[in-house]
Design a protein. Structure first.
Length: 569
């Protein structure tokens, strides 16, 4: 009976399905047209299905884009069921990057241009969906429909939208004059007031470069967008802004400020997907002046990182990846489940992931995935391809896949920066080689170290838990980290530095360390201070004899020691 309930993972249908699964690694390139059905974490969707302005944080591969697409579908399905219509507008900021990298103008002026292109995208999507929004049929229009159209046309005419009686057409992109751009930039520099200081200018200017261009003021854009929402019956417009972290870091607070001025108190809802260590939504200046979006005030952050960590919650992690695999593979090939009766189907669905893995190999791939769905998908496909004639994926298949994935996706990025590479090798040496562990502690005060942040961003270090105590050190708070599984199963990782045979070491390690045991393994001040001295980013304070971190804000802004907060010389 048990054998009859098992899927033949060597069958032609499974092989073809797994091959096609590789198209789902990146959501924007996925072959599926139904992201809601394949999203495996309904709790995440519930957390963003609201009218709050939110930042969705997550490292690469945590499913931010997939979540955005799933939310789009949910909003479209639910729109019109209640008293209020809602329209999702997805904006990929990568599309505008070539428009701003050809030259390097003033940062504030560049931010205005980026914002202008965001507005362009919103207007384009609104025009493209007007018939749906207004419930305009292609048949004879009713008087109320004509009235709606006429009111809207008056609004749209001001931003270069033409209506020929049948459809709305965009004549050109919104264009701001150089004078207007400078006014907006000046208002950000000089004013704490969140209003645009360029005034309520209503005139349309003409300027001549190679051809005549119609200009519109920023204050008009903000006002017209609000009026459009009102004229569409209070339409709730969700602006889903993806790839925020692709914007240059120094520009991000200013773009955030422009979004704040235009959208925070309107019928527009902002959902912004961002990478934690590559994002800055607010900049603080002297005299308490701030620019940007305030987390907890203007926007509310949620994180997709570290949702499903096998070392912390084995059951939830296993169930999540079981659901992920089941939804994707059966969406690609529905025939998989049609082979079984309804009674057997429930058993297969609950244990779908076990059809592919032995018990040990399943535990290992869930550890290696480190809470990152994209890593799991890649590891699953590679492990499956490594399998030969065995009925299920083995431990050896998973370890080979993790090594290949590290070398393909992560190793090159680590080695691009000699400082990053050096720090990572030293951590691996201290933790894995000396302590025979994969988890370790770092004092919380080093959590903002830019090199630690970079290693986390590259997914070779993983933050596991924040704010725990050390059983041997009182009155000190630590964070728990783990070293990426693929980095130490790779056969050629820093052999000269580590001077050991990692292949033999891995066989001896207890991969699933208990996080509580990490309390005995910590990298203390001396480790980081010596490292900063070695790379030339630390000096000795002559007042307290501590090593001054020259990257610390106290030193950068006021030349103070980050320990005693006195001048180090």
């Amino acid at each position: 009976m048990a054998k009859q309930q098992r899927i033949d993972i060597d069958s032609e249908v499974i092989r073809k399905t797994v091959l096609e699964f590789s198209n789902s690694i990146r959501a924007e390139k996925a072959s599926t047209d139904n992201f809601l059905d394949t999203y495996a974490d309904p709790n995440a969707i519930k957390r963003i299905t609201n009218v709050n302005n939110q930042i969705i944080y997550g490292r690469r591969g945590t499913g931010k884009t997939h979540l955005m697409f799933a939310l789009c579908e949910m909003l479209q399905v639910e729109s019109g069921k209640g008293s209020q219509k809602q329209l999702p507008i997805y904006i990929d900021l990568r599309k505008i990057l070539p428009l701003i990298t050809e030259q390097e103008p003033d940062s504030l002026e560049t931010s205005v241009l980026i914002f202008k292109h965001i507005i362009d995208e919103i207007i384009f999507k609104l025009v493209d969906n007007l018939k749906y929004i207004l419930d305009i049929s292609s048949l004879k229009k009713q008087p109320i429909e004509v009235e709606k159209e006429n009111h809207l046309v008056r609004q749209l005419e001001e931003i270069n939208i033409e209506f020929d009686g049948k459809s709305f057409k965009r004549l050109g992109k919104i264009t701001l004059s150089q004078v207007e751009i400078q006014k907006i930039a000046g208002s950000i520099r000089a004013s704490k007031n969140p209003e645009i200081s360029a005034g309520k200018e209503r005139s349309i200017k003409e300027g001549k470069a190679q051809e005549y261009t119609k200009y519109i003021s920023f204050s008009q854009i903000s006002e017209i967008l609000e009026n459009i929402s009102d004229s569409l019956g209070g339409l709730k417009i969700y602006c889903l802004i993806d790839e925020w972290s692709e914007l240059p870091m120094h520009l991000q607070p200013y773009v955030a400020e422009l979004l704040k001025r235009s959208f925070i108190h309107t019928n527009y809802v902002l959902k912004i997907a961002a990478i934690p260590y590559r994002s800055r939504f607010q900049e603080n200046f002297d005299e308490g002046r701030r620019v940007g979006l305030e987390e907890g005030g203007d926007v509310f952050p949620i994180t997709l990182d570290d949702r499903y960590i096998f070392e912390i919650d084995k059951t939830s992690t296993r169930d999540f990846y079981n659901e992920l695999l089941l939804k994707h593979l059966t969406k690609i090939e529905p025939q998989i489940m049609k082979l079984f009766s309804d009674r057997k189907k429930k058993t297969i669905e609950r244990n779908f992931i076990n059809q592919f893995f032995t018990n040990h190999s399943l535990s290992e791939i869930l550890v290696a995935s480190a809470g990152i769905p994209r890593d799991f998908i890649n590891l699953f496909i590679n492990s499956y391809e490594n399998k030969t004639n065995a009925k299920r994926i083995s431990l050896k298949n998973v370890r080979k896949a993790t090594s290949e994935w590290y070398n393909t996706d992560k190793k090159e990025e680590v080695e691009k920066d000699p400082t990053i590479k050096r720090l990572f090798e030293e951590i691996v040496g201290k933790v894995i080689i000396e302590k025979k562990s994969t988890h370790f502690l770092i004092p919380k005060k080093f959590a903002d170290n830019k090199y630690i942040k970079k290693l986390i961003d590259l997914r070779v270090l993983h933050l596991r838990k924040e704010g725990i105590s050390h059983k041997h050190v009182s009155k000190r708070v630590y964070n728990v980290y783990s070293i990426d599984y693929g980095s130490y199963t790779s056969l050629d990782i820093a052999k000269r530095t580590l001077n050991t045979n990692l292949q033999q070491l891995v066989m001896q390690l207890d991969i699933i360390d208990d996080i509580r045991e990490a309390r005995a393994i910590s990298l203390e001040d001396d480790f980081f201070e010596q490292f900063m001295m070695d790379i030339g980013e630390g000096i000795v304070c002559q007042r307290c004899n501590s090593i001054v971190d020259t990257n610390h804000l106290a030193y950068i802004k006021q030349g103070l020691c980050n320990h005693c907060f006195e001048k180090p010389n």
